[in-house]
Design a protein around this ligand. Structure first.
Ligand code: MN
Length: 199
């Protein structure tokens, strides 16, 4: 068990929860498999938002070209603000005039874990160091990946590991929502059969 106290340290220190009816910071089981989602988002520019669950929020990167399963493709991933956990199921239209206005679908989702060790601590440590090696188990994205930070805090690269889930096939051709089967409007590409690799 690990206490989720991120940002709540002083709340916790000031209280004895045997003596106050106030809510105790939620205890969560250290889970091996954390959630991820990739949302396809047509805002002013089409991009994909990679979001990894950590400490109760979704750490987020905007990937302009989308993820690739080809280890030779290094995809720029711009770190953006953490999103709330509830955002992982969001699919729909952000109305004009709002930040990120445009259509969003849940392009892929599943679980991930740090390749080095299970649990959130290893993810946290590697992200702080600027190099996260992780394994994804989604509908489209599977196998090992690395997120590596470039010189500046916001610029990262997303790179597929060279494992048996690696392929030259363009995974973004599979453009349907894994939640609803929808496509973003005005995209008419033939759906391709997905091949899942075994891990
Ligand atoms: Mn976005």
């Amino acid at each position: 068990m690990a206490m989720r106290v991120s940002g709540l340290g002083s709340y916790h220190r000031k209280r004895n929860f045997r003596r106050t009816p106030e809510p105790r910071p939620r205890q969560v089981r250290q889970h091996k498999h954390l959630a991820f989602v990739v949302q396809k988002h047509r805002a002013s520019h089409l991009h994909y938002d990679l979001r990894l669950e950590l400490d109760g929020v979704l750490k987020s990167w905007a990937v302009p070209k989308g993820p690739s399963l080809d280890p030779k493709q290094r995809r720029l991933a711009i770190r953006v603000e953490d999103h709330p956990w509830e955002y992982r199921n969001f699919e729909g239209t952000i109305p004009g005039g709002n930040y990120g206005a445009g259509e969003v679908i849940v392009w892929d989702r599943g679980t991930y874990r740090c390749a080095e060790a299970p649990g959130e601590a290893a993810v946290r440590r590697q992200l702080r160091k600027g190099s996260l090696k992780f394994v994804m188990r989604g509908h489209k994205l599977r196998g090992g990946f690395t997120l590596v930070r470039l010189g500046t805090p916001r610029r990262w690269l997303l790179i597929k590991s060279n494992d048996r889930c690696a392929t030259l096939r363009d995974v973004t051709l599979d453009d349907r929502s894994v939640r609803t089967g929808r496509r973003l409007p005005n995209t008419r590409r033939p759906a391709r059969r997905r091949k899942r690799c075994r891990q």
